[in-house]
Design a protein around this ligand. Sequence first.
Ligand SMILES: [Zn+2]
Ligand SMILES: [Zn+2]
Length: 447
Amino acid sequence: DIKLVVAHTHNHLDHVAGDTQFQNQPYTTVVGTSVNEVSQFFQLDNWPNNIGTYTLDDQRHLAIIPIPGHENSSIAIYDCATGILITGDTLLPGRLYIQDFSDNVESISRLVNFIESSRLNVTSILGAHIEMTQENKVDYPLGSTYQPNERQLNMSLEQLYQLNNELQQQWKDGFNQRHKAYYDTFIVDPNSSQLPPLPFDGRMSVHGFVLLPLDTPNSVWISHKPMFTTPHDFQLSFHAIITNSTVDPVPLPTNITRLNSQWTIQPDKWSLNNLINGNLTSFRTKLYKGNFEQGGTYLCDVTINIIRPLLTVVQLNASEIQPYQPLRYSSYFLSNLIVDKRTQIHLYLLHQIRVQPDFDAITHVTIDPANCTTDISSSQLNNLLEQNGNEWAFPGIDNDIGDRLTRASGLVSAQLLGDIYSTICEMKVVEEIQCTIGPDFYEDCSV
Ligand SMILES: [Zn+2]
Ligand SMILES: [Zn+2]
């Protein structure tokens, strides 16, 4: 009879979800997941400062090193028999999500000190996931279920030192300089609550937006016209309600099966940071049919009342590259129609901008849920498809301007990312509503 101990590197659902199958089994101990339970089981007094030893047998000991930061109860495990250091989600080939930055700085430094002062022979560092591609600095999107050509799992002390140096440097530079950092084999990604807020009244400018109708009168979907440089360096989209129009009713189409146009708004000067932070709740603007930068027609003045939470907020950074393949768009629900007894879910797709020059494209597609494969029921599928901000990848289609989705694409197969139900749908491209070429997104894609 062999005793089995089930312990965890930390208390995240993807690491503890299998516990129930071990609970109440003979000769089996399932270690709890709170800081108290972990420190009690491994006899770690004065958490997180002391390092514990767990004895497997006379010859084999494990060192248990508390490393809170990714999660409160995170530990690393060093096996003296093999020289393997297990780091859970704290160091792995992928994105290192940091829930508590200062805890994380201390934890990594404590881990490095322990290795150096004990002169440990670390043969390999094993994290709990592989999320990097074989291309340096490029990871798979969160929730990908297909990761061909992923990077190898094992890492070395060199990478632990890289992480430690990065964290020490950012700690010295102070809170206001804290940022994501891209290394060949991992990405330091502090939780947004751990990053400095956008300064009040920052990014003051005339910000242009594309505005598209939804299927309820006066409700619209709005997308910022971005650039890679400040003050326009955000891909940003949100829902809003139009009030106080100088023309009544607001001259937007009510039949949205095909739009054949875009609408744009050009408000007065204000701070994009304030919009993102919630200090700006509504604004007055001119509404145009077509692109106001390219000879659009003025329609009326309206008040835009922003609905929170915002649907998309992605900062475009000229120096921190985040390329990806294949083609990828986010989707926003437009309407659910029954045409000839078949369901037609209409969506707006927004191309995800990441690397210069890139392109800012908005496309109108439909999905017949009958043309999806998924593990869930049809009503659950409808709810899933109607969510805003779903990310879709188009396997086999390159992420470049010449291969983007247009009416000529016809039917395309799309994989819903981050979806545990393995949903793949056929999409029909109804129309491309707008497309401009980066890095300044002024020129039209078709030119
Ligand atoms: Zn985790
Ligand atoms: Zn702007």
